[in-house]
Write a protein that binds this ligand. Structure first.
Ligand code: ADP
Ligand code: MG
Length: 258
């Protein structure tokens, strides 16, 4: 199973929207896909149809070692897409694990258990705390959603520093599969400018596929559905399908066959 963390310490940049829709796109392409919700807000869980009242075992239980990976997995409303949900308990995990020696490796150890999936996406919370650190340790690679706004690149350099530290100390094989520009608005000149700057600075690291600002993407979660199911033909859904195709092309051959 190849594991992709979706991280950016800024809130509201499109991490959860990307996690939900790229996971759905991969499942629709025939990949047995697992989505791990690692944000105490649990929006990714809601977004694939699992109400808060329906959540039992969660990523919290996984991290503190109360349950195994297979025990924490539930089916989502989408064929081929399974979920490890998040509950508010997760906000306490950071404190509860503070004295645990390998506290950054909890998720990696849990994911070593067999689950029968080809690919897994981890939706990270908006910080570089212990939860995101667990995701970066467990992941083969990182996908970074970047909102086309002023200061976008500044936040990115902090994230890249963290990635470097993780590579040096905890997960030497971690790489970055790509940066995806989100909430792109072609009528807004600042967005265009930021997009040009980011491409100039990061080159091929930036995915060709750009996620437009699209109201269907923001409406879909209130229906408990990924946009790709809610309205598969909308511009946002088409952009996430294009992103999935590009992602598959970037995964090493060995992993594609896994
Ligand atoms: P994060 O997980 O990084 O905090 P979200 O994915 O939750 O970000 O997005 C923040 C808000 O913006 C949500 O209300 C979401 O529905 C909305 N949103 C995200 N991406 C888009 C987009 N491409 N177009 C329109 N709204 C979006
Ligand atoms: Mg989120």
């Amino acid at each position: 199973m190849i594991c992709i963390a979706i991280a950016n310490q800024k809130g509201g940049v499109g991490k959860t929207t990307t996690a939900i829709n790229i996971a759905t796109a991969m499942a629709a392409t025939g990949w047995r896909t697992l989505l791990i919700d690692l944000d105490p807000q649990g929006n990714a869980s809601t977004g694939v149809g699992l109400r808060a009242s329906e959540r039992e075992l969660s990523s919290y239980d996984l991290l503190i070692g109360e349950a195994s990976l297979p025990e924490c997995i539930v089916s989502s409303a989408i064929p081929g897409l399974d979920l490890v949900p998040a509950t508010v308990d997760l906000s306490g995990a950071e404190v509860e694990l503070v004295d645990v020696e390998d506290r950054a490796q909890r998720l990696r150890d849990a994911l070593a258990q067999h689950s029968g999936h080809d690919i897994c996406f981890i939706d990270c919370p908006p910080s570089l705390g212990l939860l995101t650190l667990n995701a970066l340790c467990a992941a083969d690679t990182l996908m970074v959603p970047l909102q086309c706004e002023f200061f976008a690149l500044e936040g990115l350099s902090q994230l890249l520093q963290t990635v470097e530290q993780v590579q040096q100390r905890l997960n030497p094989d971690l790489d970055i599969v790509g940066v995806v520009l989100t909430m792109f608005d072609r009528r807004n000149r600042l967005t265009d400018q930021v997009s040009d700057d980011v491409r100039e600075c990061l080159g091929d690291l930036v995915f060709e596929a750009v996620i437009p600002r699209n109201v269907r993407l923001s409406e879909a979660p209130s229906h408990g559905l990924p946009a790709l199911i809610y309205d598969h033909a909308c511009a946002g859904s088409r952009a996430y399908m294009a992103l999935a195709r590009e992602l598959i092309g970037r995964l090493p051959e060995r992993r594609k066959a896994a």
